[in-house]
Design a protein around this ligand. Structure first.
Ligand SMILES: Nc1ncnc2c1ncn2[C@@H]1O[C@H](COP(=O)(O)OP(=O)(O)OP(=O)(O)O)[C@@H](O)[C@H]1O
Ligand SMILES: [Mg+2]
Length: 220
């Protein structure tokens, strides 16, 4: 169902794609371990939709999303990354696709999923960029349209990973987390304050029905 993407010229040099560029690197091994850990955590209940978030900005959410997705795709799972970080969308940039049409346009009823999902050069891995609206509104992320979108993509993909905005900066992240099967909380050692980590955990546990299935600590 996904469109083919032209370009992707700096694909081999993008640091975010390390698990793809060098599957033997230590970080790629770490992401394989994280993937296995999540599989064990989920028991027999498959976690089809996972949101990746962190308390604040620049703590490694996008890097974790992309590398975990690559690790899962290399393991034979059919994976979709959804960019839901309306504050700082990066997935289109990493995979060298257009920013729009994307999630915002589907939620606004302007496009169907088939118009917005892009294939990547990595087999088994597709992406859905953030998209763009004239009024820049993303309130629809909390709507039943988002529920419909998620239930549609989770029937077509083994795993859907959602790259999100920081949980303490965007109320939408809690709402989106409620719609997912699990949450991965990313923390950055030396950057994330203990208090922020606790606040983020409490906020996710309070507002969201989804369980935190793991915590990734960067720069440890
Ligand atoms: N495990 C890591 N080790 C070292 N550097 C990292 C690691 N993960 C991410 N980074 C670096 O940290 C910076 C921020 O990473 P990233 O864009 O993934 O964070 P983010 O939480 O998605 O940011 P934003 O809140 O803006 O969306 C980037 O320069 C990235 O290369
Ligand atoms: Mg990001």
């Amino acid at each position: 169902m996904a469109r083919k993407v032209k370009g992707q010229s700096n694909f081999q040099t993008n640091k975010c794609l390390l698990s793809y560029i060098n599957p033997h690197a230590a970080i790629a091994a770490e992401y394989r371990a994280i993937r296995n850990h999540i599989e064990c955590t989920s028991d027999n209940n498959k976690l089809r939709s996972l949101i990746i978030t962190s308390p604040s900005t620049r703590e490694g959410k996008t890097t974790a999303t992309v590398n975990l997705a690559i690790s899962k795709a290399q393991h034979g799972e059919k994976v979709l990354i959804i960019d839901a970080n309306m504050r700082n969308p990066k997935i289109h940039h990493i995979f060298q696709t257009n920013i729009a049409p994307g999630l915002a346009n589907v939620l606004a009823g302007e496009c169907t999923l088939i118009d917005v999902i892009n294939q990547t050069k990595i087999s088994n891995l597709d992406i859905l960029p953030i998209g763009m609206l004239l009024n820049n509104a993303m309130e629809d992320i909390d709507s039943s349209l988002m529920d419909d979108l998620l239930s549609m993509v989770t029937t077509q993909y083994d795993c859907v990973l959602i790259d999100s905005a920081p949980v303490l900066d965007a109320l939408n992240t809690n709402k989106l987390a409620s719609k997912c099967d699990g949450i991965i909380l990313v923390l950055s050692s030396g950057k994330t304050q203990n208090e922020s980590a606790l606040k983020a955990k409490r906020s996710l546990e309070f507002f969201s029905k989804a369980k935190i299935v793991g915590v990734i600590v960067n720069n440890s």
